[in-house]
Structures are given as structure tokens and as C-alpha cells.
Design a binder for this molecule. Structure first.
Ligand code: ISE
Length: 336
């Protein structure tokens, strides 16, 4: 009995997940693909045996051959789909962000709490990246002493049309918010943003890059360079500073070639390549956990907490001051 998944949204991420579910994930199949653009839905199921193409998520959730849902629409469409899927008590894998604002994320948390168990896993795939996981092990193991600081760089080659200045935080730095919470096991207390010199090649509406200073509830400082029109490729690196050593992750480790008087290698072009293995481990973990009636990764609470960080970050873009992150009390179902 395989998990019969309806994939909602057949854009860049949805199409990538459909391919993954169809070819590399065991214990699951794509039963339906939903997209408002009918041609895109039809295209997406063309080579997927037994999958139907639909334009209405409600129709997909009502089908007898659908028992789980993967949400990959743009973030502003997540809330309605999540509430409907929770209503059906289905396993849900929701691409980040959970929703775009803390208020709507909190409504999701409340709906899940009423259900009495966790059903939503949020697509913060970095937790499944082998180097982030190894760094997490060093944080937990304590062999280098206490962690003191994190220096993060998040660089994208370019941004799609419509990528606003706020999205540098809500779409991109949201990953650092999650990963800093994951590594430290602490919530984020405040966010401060400085803008500095602007890349003249960035779209007019973006101030790119930005420098984000984050403090956790335990006093750890993290700085993030978010730079989304970096041209040269896709690069996500972290340097963790501990009392007795430092750890670097995220440097490309492809073959280093020396030829014609030069040496070097290749930078990953996009997140699909950089985090391909992580996405695969993430989806497999979700499918395996669903069989046990559990989730296999970051929760709706993580989605809510990062939405609260993003709201603070967007406010922090308006001034040079640090903005406090406001969090409601964590419901019982998210303890453990
Ligand atoms: C994109 O939506 C992602 O989630 C990528 O991981 C991130 O690097 C990029 O900045 C986002 O726009």
C-alpha cells in the first residue's frame, strides 16, 4: 500500500517533486496533479502512469485514490489548501513558507492542535542536507565546546520576476531562520537589518544585498549575507564558530580540475542541484513517517515560528533598529 499523493502546484518546485516521487521515492506514487493552469497540470502528468490532471484542489482532496497531499503552490495560496487537507486528516508536506504571515500560520497551528496530532511537515529541506545534519551533530555533541557565532551567506544567481524586497527575507532568509533554530535548538529573539551598498545590477525594487543580524534567545549571534542577484551561481555556506574550533559547510566539492594554467571547479547553478539530495531525503522521510501516522521533519510550529521571524525581518528592513520576534506559547502537541 503506497501513499497516493496529490501534488498541488506544478511550477518549478512542484514539477521537481513530481519527478522525484515518480522516479526515486519508494512507498509513494503521484495520484493527482493540480494546477490552475490546466495545460501545466496535463504536462506534468504526461509521463506519470495513473496520475490525473486537475485544476481544483478540493476535487483532488475528495478523490478516493488520494490519501496525502504535497503543497507546492505559491505561499499566499497555502492557508486554504492546508485547512482543507487538515479537515481530511491527511499527511501533508507543505513547501516553505507554511504561510506568509504569522497570523495565518497560527491559524494552521490551531487547526492542527484541534486535530490533536501533527499532520504537517514543512519543506525546510536544509535539515536533510548531509553537511547541515553533520553540523547539527557537532552542536548537539558538544565536542568543540559551546557554539558562539554563525556566519551565513545565501547567494542566488538571479531572482524570478515579481521577487520583491520583502521576499529577500520571507522567501530566502526564512531558510536561515529555520536552520539557526534547528542548529541551536533555540528560538530567535530579534532581527536587525542593515542595507549598505547596493548591487547596481539588482532589479529596481530590491535593495540587494542585505546584512541580517540575528540573536537567539540564548544570546548566540548569527549574521546572514543575503545576496540574490549574485550572477556567478547558487551558494549557501555557513561558518560556525565554537569555543574550541570552527566548522565550514556548503563549499562546492566537485572535482577540482587543473588545466591550461588554471585550477578550479564548478559552482552549482540552482537550489535543485545544491539541495537535490536533501529534497530526496526530505520527501522519503515524509513518506516513511506517514505510514506510521507521524511527520518526518520540521513541523507547523517551525513554520509559524519562522513566519514570526520573517515579520520581524520585514519590519527591520524599515530602520536600522533590532526588532523583537513575538511568539505565542507553543502548544502541547509540538513538545517532544
Ligand atoms: C527559493 O524559494 C528557495 O527556497 C531557495 O532555497 C532559496 O535559496 C531562494 O532564495 C528562494 O527564493
Amino acid at each position: 500500500d503506497r501513499l497516493n499523493v496529490a501534488v498541488i502546484g506544478a511550477g518549478r518546485m512542484g514539477a521537481d517533486h513530481i519527478r522525484r516521487l515518480d522516479t526515486r521515492i519508494s512507498g509513494a506514487r503521484v495520484a493527482a496533479v493540480v494546477d490552475v493552469d490546466e495545460a501545466r497540470a496535463t504536462d506534468a502528468v504526461r509521463d506519470v502512469p495513473g496520475a490525473v490532471a486537475l485544476t481544483d484542489p478540493t476535487e483532488a482532496l475528495a478523490r478516493a485514490d488520494v490519501d496525502a497531499v504535497l503543497v507546492a503552490t505559491p505561499g499566499f495560496l497555502h492557508e486554504d489548501i492546508l485547512l482543507a487537507a487538515l479537515e481530511k486528516d491527511m499527511p501533508i508536506l507543505c513547501e516553505k513558507p507554511l504561510t506568509q504571515e504569522p497570523d495565518s500560520s497560527w491559524r494552521i497551528v490551531e487547526a492542527e492542535e484541534r486535530l490533536g496530532r501533527q499532520r504537517i511537515q514543512v519543506g525546510f529541506m536544509r535539515r536533510f542536507d548531509s553537511e547541515y545534519a553533520a553540523l547539527g551533530g557537532i552542536f548537539a555533541g558538544g565536542e568543540l565546546g559551546a557554539p558562539l557565532m554563525l556566519h551565513c551567506a545565501h547567494r542566488n544567481p538571479s531572482t524570478p520576476p515579481g521577487f520583491t524586497n520583502e521576499m529577500l527575507i520571507t522567501d530566502s532568509v526564512v531558510h536561515e531562520f529555520d536552520v539557526i533554530r534547528y542548529l541551536t535548538g533555540e528560538e530567535i529573539a530579534s532581527v536587525q537589518i542593515r542595507r549598505g551598498r547596493r548591487n547596481s545590477f539588482a532589479p529596481d525594487e530590491q535593495h540587494d544585498p542585505q546584512h541580517v543580524l540575528i540573536e537567539t534567545t540564548g544570546g548566540l549571534l548569527a549574521d546572514v549575507e543575503i545576496f540574490v542577484n549574485a550572477e556567478f551561481g547558487y551558494q549557501v555556506t555557513t561558518q560556525a564558530v565554537f569555543e574550541r574550533g570552527i566548522v565550514n559547510i556548503g563549499r562546492d566539492r566537485g572535482p577540482e580540475v587543473a588545466a591550461s594554467g588554471r585550477w578550479g571547479g564548478v559552482v552549482t547553478p540552482g537550489f535543485e542541484e545544491r539541495f537535490g539530495d536533501a529534497y530526496e531525503a526530505e520527501v522519503q522521510s515524509w513518506v516513511d513517517a506517514a505510514a506510521r501516522g507521524e511527520i518526518g521533519g520540521p513541523s507547523a510550529w517551525d513554520g509559524y515560528a519562522t513566519a514570526a521571524c520573517c515579520a520581524a525581518g520585514v519590519r527591520a528592513q524599515q530602520s536600522d533598529a533590532a526588532v523583537t520576534v513575538e511568539l505565542n506559547t507553543k502548544p502541547e502537541i509540538y513538545h517532544s
